[in-house]
Design a protein around this ligand. Sequence first.
Ligand code: DQA
Length: 145
Amino acid sequence: DIIYVLNGPNLNLLGQREPEIYGRQTLSDIEALCRAAAPDAEIVFRQSNHEGELVDWIHEARGKASALVINPAAFTHTSVALLDALKTLDIPVIECHLSNPAAREEFRRHSYVSLAATGVISGLGPHGYELAVRAALRLAQERAG
Ligand code: DQA
């Protein structure tokens, strides 16, 4: 199985960025957790600060990935383009957030991406990514029967 794990803007600065909210682990620490969580899967792990690049990677996942995990970061709350791209997929999509956006500012309470997500994991920090990758793989395998 190929699992795409896509990360949106500012997540390249994890470890330095608002550590009281996002913790001290870096994105490469999280990548290692994802790989360890699904050792038999091929994990395609990427980060971009650019909305269009994330859209392109979602298109690339079409016909290739068996599931997709995405932390769209700030684009969660703004991007109809990511929503529409995710709607073109016919594989399980897990939306993942390190923090719990529902417990933060009002503007974080709405997610466009959730409209296309099979499920959402929030507020569990890097562990949430491990859970998301495992859930993605499980859902993909259930589909394959
Ligand atoms: C985030 C939550 C978003 O609201 C925020 O813009 C981020 C990170 C999270 O992982 O908790 O950049 O997606």
